[in-house]
Design a protein around this ligand. Sequence first.
Ligand SMILES: [Zn+2]
Ligand SMILES: [Zn+2]
Length: 336
Amino acid sequence: MKAVFVKAPYKVEIRNLPVREPGHDEAVVRIRACGICGTDVHIARKCAGDWSTIGHEIAGEVERVGTHVTRVRPGDKVMIENCTFCGVCSNCKNGSVEKCSSWLTLDDQPGAAEYITIREKSLHVFDDLPFEHVVLTEPLGVALDVTQLAEIPLNSNVCVMGPGPIGLMAVRIAKLKGAKNVILVGNSHSVRRLQVGREMGADEIVHADTCSVVDWFRTHFPQGVDRVIVTSPPKTLLDAVKIAGFGGIVSYIGIDFGGEELVTFDVNEVHFKRLQIRASHAVPNLMFPIAIDLLKNRIVEPEKLVSHVFPLESASEALLCAGEDKANAVKVVLSC
Ligand SMILES: [Zn+2]
Ligand SMILES: [Zn+2]
């Protein structure tokens, strides 16, 4: 099978790998689509080191199954969890599957490839959704997690920082949860992303590169906002703490890839405003069923988010588009 290998800056090789035979509880899935995530772009853009594989937002069609598989059959369309709770560790057995200490992973199998061999319990059967759209299930799961952590009250003012696919979906979910005003913060060059932000329900857009975000909020929301959802680089937590109002919750998702992971903020401000800062890390994957349902019923409209689809052979163009076409790229997907 073909698989994409990547090396910075934006070098791509398509190599041939063997397809692994399924174990008793596994299925071989013919991958049909794989979303390109920020992590994949980072690997392609500047990750030092040897060639690596990419892709963890994976959907496909079951081709054959092991002898003990009962829930899926050849021909089923499936979305794949890239990280599944084990169900048997102490945390899982105590009812906190989100704290699973022995996740089951893809075992280094790439998503930007033609086949994957994966345990049955990581598969979600779906219908009535194109493969290129259903791959949004994974980032939507992340958006659901970071939004759930923020506990958005009815009629509240919510700031979402970062107009990537996760931030854009968080805007939509915040509106669905009853936010009165959702203010999306992003750079002005992200033209299409900000446009989609409006379509997802953002009431205001603030350009982080052309004005002081903190000053804008001090003018328009002198009491601060009720909730801040941070999907931009973690250093923007500094602004989030300043624009959150009394009793506010700041939830955030994101890792720094080196250099700006140390953020300094005024602890007195956090204390006197009684702020809560909550980290999201949507691993293991949860909420795939609700995410698939939201996409299928177009409550979160996938066609607004998937801006580009490239064939697997054009992975190099796809990565360049996702990493460099700031004006036009929202979610870039490989059709495998
Ligand atoms: Zn992802
Ligand atoms: Zn577990």
